[in-house]
Design a protein around this ligand. Structure first.
Ligand code: TRP
Length: 463
């Protein structure tokens, strides 16, 4: 089959790859989730711990994923199979990755739909109410409204499909070249606005001040898990993007740049969100609803509030789009490589299937089977009052079980199973960092697996 297949596409340049990989990494995880978990964990030391997790655990795995893709030129299943000499067991790690990608995209698209909906509401001037109850009610209504959720979920999936259908260079790369600079620009504008608010100083203190007593073992593990999610690791997104990287490109420095950019945006997001939160007397530990239920209140009290609201939610939608593109690309590249489908066919059929898979997630905010019903059902698993609706359940399974499992598989494979000569050559090829090979290998062999096992132990409630 592969003899007849069209030649694999490559990124047009190193910048193209770095932008696409950054687009994958920077998403709802970086802009929405990071400020909220940093807030809940007391900022300061949590941020330091998170930075350590990125540098010591996540970057080595990112290098491993990109190298595996660059060496095999395949999406995850083919990459593991080829590199492991046809082993079915290792191909299974790739399969888990592809399945995880489909699941993540199915619910990620629903949240992305909220951001589109809010951008639309902002642009229409419908977010002008400064009454906290009204804004919270609006979110509760949006969250529970099947029609609104399904509509925006569908809109988002159509946009993702159109981007991916264009191919690696003319679709994925071209859109990222547009989306990433837009995102950085919008972020800078919002940051400039945030620095003029009274709460800016308090926000800086909150995020960067060291509150030693607030960092718990659980917070540390949360930092580690988030490092995976935010850099799109553990399901082969970086293997797939790596498979379009030219042989002589510097994977190590690209990984450092992508992780650095994602971290920078996460920190900037804190400096946009918390000054607003503090200036308008809102609670920093408000949790997942922070953005949707609280920020519109702040926007409504600012001059040109409708404009800021629209810009902020558009920024989130843009970030979510680039991440969703990478997730769909994993599944599409798999079908192209392994089944021999055309890109068009693979994109249309698989995006359609994933959109359908997302329907229960879009219905999770209500009282029905996938909402309150599922929460009751899973209370048996998580304990009374701790049940999760369909959406939260799958997010939990992916972030706490599937991604770490995939990351463990990738680390163990590259560090222990791949031939030493091929591994060292792959690492050194095109890289100015060849002398750090020993450190990378040591981290991948020992620290990374230990850290991931620690996440598992935590997720399964053993500590
Ligand atoms: N990294 C993205 C974010 O921060 C989410 C994401 C996109 C992702 N693709 C992924 C997470 C693949 C895990 C695996 O929002």
């Amino acid at each position: 089959m592969s003899a007849a297949a069209p030649a694999r596409e490559f990124w047009s340049s190193r910048l193209g790859f770095v932008l696409a990989a950054s687009g994958s990494a920077v998403g709802l995880g970086s802009i929405w989730k990071f400020p909220y978990i940093a807030g809940v964990n007391g900022g300061g030391l949590f941020v330091v711990a998170y930075l350590a997790c990125i540098a010591l655990v996540a970057v080595p795995i990112m290098v491993a994923e990109i190298l595996l893709g660059r060496e095999t030129r395949k999406a995850p299943v083919g990459a593991f199979r080829d590199a492991a000499g046809g082993s079915r067991g290792w191909s299974a790690v790739g399969w888990v990755g592809v399945a995880t990608g489909a699941i993540i995209l199915s619910y990620y698209s629903v949240v992305a739909g909220w951001t589109l909906h809010y951008a639309w509401l902002g642009a229409r001037g419908a977010l002008r109410s400064a009454d906290p109850d009204a804004v919270a009610n609006l979110f509760a209504r949006v969250h529970a409204d099947p029609g609104v959720n399904l509509f925006w979920h569908a809109v988002f999936m159509v946009v993702v499909t159109l981007c991916v259908a264009g191919g690696v260079r003319r679709g994925v790369e071209r859109w990222n070249r547009l989306l990433m600079p837009t995102l950085i620009l919008l972020m800078c504008v919002l940051l400039a606005r945030a620095t003029t608010l009274d709460g800016f100083g308090r926000a800086v203190e909150f995020v960067f001040g060291l509150h030693a007593q607030d960092l718990t073992a659980r917070g540390l593990l949360e930092a580690l898990g988030h490092a995976f999610f935010t850099l799109s690791l553990g399901m082969g997104a970086m293997i797939t993007y790596g498979s379009y990287v030219a042989r002589d490109e510097d994977v190590v420095s690209s990984s450092v740049i992508v992780s650095g950019l994602d971290t920078l945006i996460s920190l900037l997001a804190c400096l946009v969100v918390f000054p607003i939160t503090f200036s308008f007397g809102l609670a920093p530990g408000a949790g997942p609803g922070l953005m949707f239920a609280n920020l519109p209140i702040a926007f409504a009290q600012m001059p040109l509030g409708a404009l800021w609201a629209a810009a902020f939610f558009l920024l989130l939608a843009v970030a979510a789009l680039a991440s969703a593109i990478s997730t769909l690309e994993v599944v599409v590249a798999h079908a192209i490589d392994e089944i021999g489908w055309s890109r068009r066919r693979a994109t249309l059929l698989l995006a359609g299937a994933i959109a359908l898979l997302g329907v229960p997630s879009a219905l999770s905010g209500g009282a029905g089977l996938f909402g309150a019903g599922f929460t009751d059902l899973t209370a048996g698993l998580f304990g009374p009052g701790e049940g999760k609706n369909w959406f939260d359940f799958w997010d939990w399974v992916c972030a706490n079980l599937l991604l770490p499992a995939g990351g463990l598989g990738i680390a163990v494979f590259v560090a222990w199973r791949m031939g030493p000569a091929a591994r060292e050559r792959a690492f050194a090829q095109g890289s100015g960092y060849a002398r750090w090979y020993w450190l990378w290998l040591w981290l991948l062999r020992w620290l990374v697996p230990l850290a991931i096992v620690a996440i598992f132990v935590n997720a399964l409630g053993l500590v």
